[in-house]
Design a protein around this ligand. Structure first.
Ligand code: PGU
Length: 404
């Protein structure tokens, strides 16, 4: 029989979120009537805006006519959408030809990992979205440096202590900590990458949650970034497209390998070889989401989730829990000193029937933390808050919940 790809032996048995689901199922088997409220996976819950629905329906209708039917589209995405993204998000800094439309950020992170292969060094934030490390391991990358991001360093790594790597993954606003990097922090990151001739893979999937106008929404707001950064983004959290599937990646023309060859042309090669373009329906839906009214709807949507974040944050803080994030990001990062993440996850589940995500699933620096998502229906969030009122914290050498 065929031999297993040895790189797969390096992975934990399951990806983080299926593991959380398995725990939830185990709990339900023990307590069949449990009314579980999920503040676990970051998945959108609010319906699509009517403008997007209409655009999706019209695109589907066109496909049903002889004149309107189209088959495979350009792998890089339809031109009007590439143009629209360039003008809405990049203010002329990025050309439409530098934008590649994808079926979502996660899928493009995977394809980028194929582009760079296994023979290189990478730096990854600790904690981080698990796809960066798992995807790197699948490629056979062994040379992985963790950049600790904790409350002590304001969730920004100490770049002076960092060894040079070929790739640097950086996510801002961050999943899971909810920290959004400041302009000066991103300037430091870009100049670090330029000095070291490293390439930054900048995940901006939550950029639309930034409310502080001083914070950059794109790495390309930082001068010099076009020579050292690829940016990945998504319609998932911007317009509720987690199920519709649509995203984009910016690979500037100015990005070069050591020998001066174009990274963009290799990306185009990988893209056209491993991908046949995002769904034409999603792309027309995305185009509608970026019209003036569509952007207003998106703003309302992100505002709604940020309001959820504010409500959950206040409820956790009233239990004397230290909570980070939630102001410019849809995640809350709650600290339970002295406790292990999976233990506190289990305890919260048993006492309140609330599912969270254990911080240790995002890396060793997440031990002792739980991540709470702000994506959720308002009545669920309010019920979760009610349940949090039924417990209290007991301060001792380590954090403990008790019933009120
Ligand atoms: N990048 C980051 C930083 C994310 O947190 C997520 C989703 C994605 C990309 C995926 O974006 P798509 O455009 O929808 O592909 N993170 C969620 C969902 C879990 C998952 O496995 O993607 C989360 O709960 O962390």
């Amino acid at each position: 029989m065929i031999k297993r790809n040895p790189n797969l032996n390096l992975l934990k048995t399951s990806y983080l979120f299926p593991e959380v689901t398995a725990r939830r199922k185990q709990f339900l088997a023990k307590r069949p009537g449990a009314q579980i409220l999920s503040l676990g996976i970051g998945d959108t819950t609010e319906p699509l805006s009517p403008l997007v629905v209409e655009a999706l329906a019209m695109a589907a209708k066109r496909l049903g006519s002889m004149e309107g039917y189209i088959g495979y589209g350009p792998e890089q995405g339809i031109e009007p959408l590439r143009k629209k993204i360039a003008s809405v998000f990049y203010d002329g800094r990025i050309a439409p030809e530098e934008i590649f439309i994808s079926d979502g950020a996660k899928c493009d992170i995977g394809r980028l990992q194929v582009l760079f292969g296994g023979d290189l060094s990478v730096a990854i934030q600790n904690p981080a979205y698990p796809v960066y490390i798992d995807g790197s391991l699948i490629q056979g990358i062994r040379n992985i440096h963790m950049m600790c991001c904790s409350p002590e360093n304001g969730f920004f790594p100490d770049l002076h202590a960092l060894e040079r790597t070929d790739l640097i993954y950086f996510c801002s606003p961050n999943n899971p900590t909810g920290a959004a990097a400041s302009r000066s922090q991103l300037e430091a990151l870009v100049s670090f990458a330029r000095e070291n001739r490293s390439l930054i893979l900048f995940d901006a999937a939550y950029a639309s949650y930034i409310r502080d106008s001083a914070l950059p929404k794109s790495i390309y707001e930082i001068p010099g970034a076009k020579e050292v950064a690829i940016e990945i983004n998504s319609f998932s959290k911007l317009a509720g497209f987690t199920g519709v599937r649509l995203g984009w990646t910016v690979v500037p023309e100015t990005l070069k390998y050591q020998d001066g060859a174009s990274i963009q042309s290799d990306w185009n090669r990988i893209y056209t070889t491993l991908f046949n373009g995002a769904s034409i329906l999603s792309q027309y839906g995305g185009l509608a989401a970026l019209e003036k009214n569509g952007l207003e709807e998106s703003e309302r949507l992100t505002h709604f989730y940020l309001e959820n974040a504010r409500l959950i944050k206040a409820a956790l803080q009233s239990l004397d829990i230290e909570v980070y994030g939630g102001d410019n990001a849809p995640y809350l990062w709650a600290h339970f000193p002295g406790r292990r993440s999976w233990d506190i996850f289990q305890e919260l589940l048993e006492k309140t029937e609330i599912v969270s995500t254990p911080g240790s699933g995002f890396g060793s620096a997440g031990e002792g933390f739980l991540r709470f998502t702000a994506f959720g229906k308002r009545d669920h969030i309010l019920s979760a808050i009610q349940r949090l009122r039924t417990i209290k914290s007991e301060k001792g050498s380590s954090f403990k919940f008790a019933m009120v």
